[in-house]
Design a protein around this ligand. Structure first.
Ligand code: ZN
Length: 345
């Protein structure tokens, strides 16, 4: 089963076309916009003008927190107001909340990312606090994605750099997927794997140029992140986007909360898991360094023993997901050795 977005619009200044974009998706009169207070202040007026000039009525849900309970509230509001679409306007949190609310309410959602710190803008997976699993859970992919490059380029630079960590993660995610195919006979989709890898390869090739974050660079990064989510939609699983490096990142979320962004942790995880897979991990370090994204634990404010604990814990986060860490079974001492040998600490 492939579930994919129907329409994707990436470009400069396209936020002003949101009304037309949503109308083109299908019959619609009312929409519910989910956003955070800062984003509403920044682009709220433009969004409202665009929707009203297309004859659409919009109500707002300004979310302070992203928890399961908030997603349930949004779903309830969307159902009682009989909206045609839930629009997730913002960084990862607003988009994830909308995705989950869309899943609960059965109402389709539109993803309007205002930053690009990971591939959640297009993927069918949502990660929210309060769910019973620390990793993403399967929801629905967006019906449409509208990404305004100018708005995303205007967000703090650290966010888009973190997005690059989520891109490079595809190298080890796909390698782990191959391993699961070979060792466990798991379904493996060559097309979805190649599509996900393409984004990682683009990053490795262009990191030194992308560091400038020009509008063209941001567009390429956003397109690559969207393709990663689409690859997951094609695979019908997060396999092409998320492997052992993501498990390490999720373990760090639990052991060292609020240290580093998702993509930054995934970048570090990718260095380590590449080394473990016997891949060319140094090219990943060079690319992360040249774009100015963390390549050491210290840059995330994490020490080597904490990272080693996370590596040992990682396979238990999601025991059914077979990766190099399920195969190799590292002790804390092995993990420390790996961290040192990959020059992560
Ligand atoms: Zn990710």
């Amino acid at each position: 089963m492939m579930e994919l977005p129907r329409k994707v619009l990436v470009g400069q200044g396209v936020i002003g076309d949101l009304g037309i974009f949503v109308k083109d998706l299908g019959p619609v009169s009312r929409v519910l916009i989910v956003t955070g207070p800062h984003v509403k202040q920044k682009v709220g007026r433009k969004v409202e003008e665009s929707l009203s000039s297309s004859g659409l009525t919009a109500t707002w849900f300004v979310a302070e927190n992203s928890t399961k309970e908030v997603a349930e509230q949004i779903a309830k509001k969307a159902n009682s107001e009989i909206v045609s679409y839930i629009i997730g306007l913002g960084g990862g949190k607003s988009v994830d909340l909308s995705k989950l609310a869309a899943f609960y309410s059965g109402i389709p959602f539109v993803s309007v990312p205002t930053s690009a710190s990971h591939d959640g803008m297009s993927s069918p997976f949502a990660s929210i606090k309060g769910l019973d699993k620390p990793y993403s859970f399967v929801a629905r992919p967006p019906a449409g994605i509208l990404a305004d490059v100018d708005v995303i380029a205007d967000a703090p630079r650290r966010l888009i750099l973190s997005g690059c960590g989520d891109l490079v993660a595809k190298i080890t995610a796909v390698k782990d997927w191959e391993l699961a195919r070979d060792d466990k006979g798991e379904y493996y989709g060559r097309y979805a794997a190649s599509l996900a890898l393409l984004g990682a390869e683009m990053f490795i090739e262009n990191a030194s140029r992308w560091k400038d974050c020009t509008a063209d660079d941001v567009r390429e990064i956003v397109e690559a992140l969207i393709s990663g989510g689409v690859a997951a939609g094609i695979a019908g699983s997060s396999r092409p986007c998320s492997g052992s490096e993501h498990l390490v990142s999720h373990a760090l979320d639990l052991i060292a909360p609020n240290k580093g962004l998702h993509g930054e942790k995934c970048g570090i995880g990718t260095i380590l898991m590449s080394k473990l897979h016997g891949l060319d991990w140094e090219k990943i370090v060079i690319a992360l360094k040249s774009i100015g994204s963390p390549s050491t634990a210290g840059e995330l404010g994490i020490d080597a023993p904490t990272l080693a604990k996370a590596i040992v814990m990682a396979p238990s986060i999601r025991p059914e997901r077979y990766t190099i860490l399920s195969k190799v079974k590292l002790t804390e001492k092995d993990a420390l050795e790996l961290i040192r040998s990959a020059e992560v600490a």
